[in-house]
Write a protein that binds this ligand. Structure first.
Ligand code: HEC
Ligand code: HEC
Length: 466
């Protein structure tokens, strides 16, 4: 009798515990949808989309007037600009690198590049990359812009064309599996004016960044970033550093860009420098000073339109994680921690309670007070000379790069149809991306290399779930 009671109470309490456990694990999201907490990459900005629009879907809080504003910004971002003087979609050129934001950030991701398909600026295709260029003492070349404009409107010449050659080298993992890495070698040719001798030219070639979690990135609690920068792991050779950037005479924490060299979402700079669209912050044509430009131009986009694009970027949702209860994905997550990936690709951060203000001052409270999973510390790390570009930006040296946020990375193939990674897209898949990690990333590279091929695939399954 006593034994039976004991047994019954054990069964009861066990079922109670397991019941409580499921109650705890499953929560309700704002859209009324049932989800595991781990699926919520970005709190109330998480969206449950796994198709090619996964990066280009508004967060749930974007309703009514905000929804119209989002669509307005989305259209300004997507629609090709032309060379006439109209403010709605004019102002392109005379020289440019892209004809709309989306020409490089297709579906708010990374457009497939002619670097991979045509070996550089395509004959008809389009590189979608940015090639930063300057003199060895940090000045712009008089006849050229801040980036190489390899496209031009009718009547003007592109500044030059980019060519890339890849040399391939084969390697073997300790368990016998093979892989190869390709190293890019860049050259600018067909200069429209005087060609710049190699010793007078510093360049850095960069792939576009995915627009996953842009608003939340700006809303991050800056004390948390400072805290992360103060932690060092001498046993693994890892220590992240803040890129303090000075823009408009204000010193602040750099967050965006491959070297965290900007503290905003570069909307005004994108319009001017990438497309040649002058605006209130940058009223001078990017090609001013070139012999082929007459200097006759006005403001080519309104400040209101730029604010709409700024809002659009801030209000994009972040795709929810997939397959979080899958056994392989869970095992892959453990390997991610075991390989110390999490020491830079920080899984969890928080946004400041008050949210953020847009460039035009509009307050966006919904981005505040959220627990987010960007898988980045937004800090700079020395990744070794093989990945370096000798192109310092503020306190980011040539070998230093910002930890790329990995949220949404598992959907890049679905959204953009390719799996090229790293700042210049040289890694053709996840394995290559990891095997390029040198410098502070070497501890992870070694750990990954020393896994069995099955374990490596398991870790990659976890990356695919992000
Ligand atoms: C010619 C291609 C091209 C065009 C056109 C372009 N971008 Fe970019 N974008 C890039 C590249 C390349 C980077 C990464 C460069 C870097 O900062 O290191 C980038 C970076 C960004 C980032 C930083 C993202 C992050 O995660 O840190 C934002 C935001 C951005 N672009 C917005 C825009 C907007 C808005 C427009 C249109 C006004 C635009 N871009 C037009 C190529 C382009
Ligand atoms: C020392 C810090 C550090 C560690 C440790 C680290 N990473 Fe990275 N990771 C970076 C930085 C910095 C970049 C950007 C490098 C570049 O673009 O050249 C990066 C880029 C990546 C990318 C490319 C993302 C993209 O969209 O281009 C992937 C994937 C990645 N890391 C996965 C991992 C995995 C998996 C591990 C563990 C095996 C790991 N990283 C360990 C700092 C680190």
């Amino acid at each position: 009798m006593n034994k039976l009671l004991l047994l019954l109470s054990i069964i009861f309490s066990v079922s109670l515990i397991s019941c409580e456990k499921t109650e705890n694990e499953i929560i309700y999201t704002p859209g009324g949808r049932v989800a595991y907490p781990e699926e919520l990459s970005a709190g109330n900005s998480t969206v449950f989309v796994t198709s090619s629009t996964a990066y280009d879907t508004p967060a749930n809080w974007v309703t009514n007037d905000l929804a119209s504003w989002f669509l307005e910004g989305d259209a300004l971002y997507d629609n090709p600009r032309v060379s006439d003087g109209n403010l709605v979609n004019g102002g392109l050129g005379p020289v440019y690198a892209g004809y709309s934001c989306a020409s490089c950030h297709n579906d708010a991701g990374r457009t497939v590049s002619t670097l991979f398909t045509d070996g550089g600026t395509g004959k008809y295709g389009f590189s979608s990359f940015l090639t930063f260029m300057r003199t060895p003492n940090g000045q712009y070349h008089r006849e050229y812009g801040r980036v190489l404009h390899d496209q031009a409107v009718y009547g003007s010449e592109p500044e030059g064309k980019l060519r890339v050659n890849y040399t391939e080298q084969n390697y073997t993992f300790p368990d016998g599996e093979t892989y190869s890495l390709i190293t890019p070698h860049y050259e600018i040719y067909d200069w429209y004016a005087d060609s710049i001798p190699a010793e007078q030219l510093e360049i850095s070639v960069r792939t576009p960044l995915r627009h996953v979690g842009m608003g939340l990135m700006l809303a991050i609690d800056k004390n948390e970033i400072k805290q992360l920068a103060s932690i060092q792991y001498p046993e693994y050779g890892i220590s992240g550093e803040i890129n303090w950037v000075t823009e408009r005479n204000v010193k602040s924490i750099g967050l965006s860009g491959h070297k965290a060299q900007h503290s905003d979402l570069t909307v005004e700079l994108g319009f001017l420098s990438d497309m040649g669209v002058t605006n209130s912050r940058f009223p001078h044509e990017v090609s001013e000073g070139q012999s082929q430009v007459d200097g006759d131009y006005d403001i080519q986009i309104t400040t209101e339109d730029m604010a709409a694009v700024d809002f659009y970027l801030h209000s994009l949702g972040v795709p929810a994680r997939r397959a979080v209860t899958n056994a392989t994905v869970i095992a892959g997550k453990e390997l991610f921690y075991k390989a110390k990936c999490h020491l830079c690709h920080t899984p969890t951060l928080h946004t400041q309670p008050e949210g953020v203000n847009l460039l035009d001052g509009t307050h966006i409270p919904w981005l505040g007070g959220q627990t987010i999973h960007p898988y980045s510390d937004y800090l700079l790390h020395d990744m070794g000379p093989e990945l370096g570009d000798d192109f310092s930006q503020f306190n980011a040296s040539g070998d230093e790069w910002r930890t790329t946020p990995l949220w949404g990375v598992g959907l890049q193939e679905v959204v953009n149809g390719h799996s090229h990674f790293l700042h210049d897209g040289r890694a053709r898949d996840f394995t290559e991306a990891i095997m390029w990690h040198g410098g502070e990333g070497d501890v992870s590279r070694q750990a990954f290399a020393n896994m069995s091929s099955e374990e490596r695939e398991t870790l990659i399954m976890f990356l695919r779930s992000l």
